[in-house]
Design a protein around this ligand. Structure first.
Ligand code: R5P
Length: 257
């Protein structure tokens, strides 16, 4: 493991740097900054740009972690609830990405604000390493689909997920640093809901399949971590590969709405 860690970190960094170099607009006004360990390198790259390219840009975070990244890099912090203009671009990580660039997100419990910021952008640029590439959602990322729920409804949502076909959905725990459940930046719980292979249909970018809508209609579900490519503006994904290259993928079909 000790030898694979630097490889993965360098894969993340290569992907993030290339994504910023190709998508940070010349006259940027507002940029969304997602969450996770890969986005750290996005902010690192942005902080290396000439100040005249970043001084007039407002950076919109997707949670406490990315808010801190923005502030510590000396960039101008905004807030999605204060921002009405479409963001030029949103950079974010992902836990799993299928060939249509549909994603599972929320491994770091930040999915709700990430989705809000992603739909507020003109385009989404996903940064990840090769481990995130997946032929079909919920086959590579073992915990399954992260779902943010109002705490009072957690047990009800668990039972609904089981009857929908999720195998052993669980409330995510805080781990060593927090007794009891993980609490999101919005004060909610996360349920991780694994689904059998093939349960989440592979959607082309123009279709929003029924099952995620079913998830969203459960009382108590705030948002789920499936990001359908068709819900957003164009998506481009950068994957740092094992051989030191970066694989750039765009959606097979772009639908402009
Ligand atoms: O809630 C967390 C986010 O969806 C992250 O963007 C995702 O988990 C990927 O994180 P990382 O880049 O650390 O793998």
């Amino acid at each position: 493991m000790a030898t694979t860690l630097p490889l993965i970190e360098s894969a993340k960094r290569l992907a993030a740097y290339r994504a910023v170099d190709e998508h940070f607009p010349p006259n940027a006004r507002s940029i969304g900054i997602g969450s996770g360990s890969t986005v750290v390198y996005v902010v690192e790259r942005i902080s290396l740009l000439p100040r005249e390219r970043t001084d007039h840009v407002t950076f919109i975070p997707t949670g406490y972690q990315s808010r801190e990244l923005i502030v510590k890099a000396g960039l101008r912090l905004g807030s999605i609830d204060m921002h009405t203009e479409t963001l030029d671009v949103v950079f974010d990580g992902a836990d799993e990405v299928d060939p249509y660039l549909n994603c599972i997100k929320g491994g770091g419990a930040c999915l709700f604000q990430e989705k809000l910021v992603a739909i507020s952008g003109r385009k989404l640029v996903v940064v990840a390493d090769f481990r995130k590439l997946s032929p079909s959602l919920s086959t590579h990322y073992a915990p399954g689909v992260p779902i943010e729920v109002v705490p009072l409804a957690a047990n009800y949502v668990l039972s609904r997920l089981s009857s929908l076909g999720s195998s052993a959905p669980t409330i995510r725990m805080g781990g060593a640093a927090k007794a009891g459940p993980c609490i999101t930046d919005n004060g909610n719980f996360i349920i991780d809901a694994p689904f059998p292979d093939g349960f989440i249909p592979m959607a082309s970018s123009s279709i929003s399949p029924p099952r995620p809508l079913t998830l969203k209609s459960i009382v108590g579900v705030v948002e789920h971590g499936i990001f359908w490519a068709g819900d957003r503006k164009p998506v481009t994904a950068y994957f740092g590969m094992e051989d030191g290259t970066v694989s750039v993928r765009t959606q097979p079909h772009h639908h402009h709405s």
